[in-house]
Design a protein around this ligand. Structure first.
Ligand SMILES: [Zn+2]
Length: 118
């Protein structure tokens, strides 16, 4: 059993904890990783690529929304994802900076899990 991606990412974000940040993960977080991410008050957005099991997202999704965390699915073809990972060296880190965030904005599928308006 490996380290869940969110735990790994969280161990790298202490230096930016004071500013709102986006976590980019390949698989939608499990319950434990949801807890770990929500422990950071400045956690403001989750971008994920796919699910392990769609039946397991309801609880974490509800808690993200309760905290006002925006949840987006990254809509990338496997070919484009491989291109980013291998040809954009900085993309290998899990938390991307604002420039990289802008670059991938066009790939975000906001229609799947847009944050409910209050
Ligand atoms: Zn996990």
């Amino acid at each position: 059993m490996g380290t869940h991606s969110e735990q790994n990412a969280a161990s790298h974000i202490t230096r930016i904890m004071k500013e709102p940040f986006t976590a980019y993960v390949t698989i939608f977080p499990c319950n434990d990783c949801t807890n770990n991410l929500l422990a950071y008050r400045s956690f403001s957005r989750l971008v994920f690529k796919s699910f392990y099991d769609e039946r397991e997202i309801e609880g974490p999704l509800e808690r993200f929304f309760q905290r006002g965390v925006k949840v987006c699915r990254l809509n990338l073809s496997p070919e484009r994802l491989i291109d980013i990972v291998f040809n954009e060296p900085d993309a290998k880190i899990t938390v991307w900076d604002s420039e990289q965030r802008e670059r991938i904005k066009g790939y975000l599928d906001k229609t799947i899990f847009s944050q409910p308006t209050h």
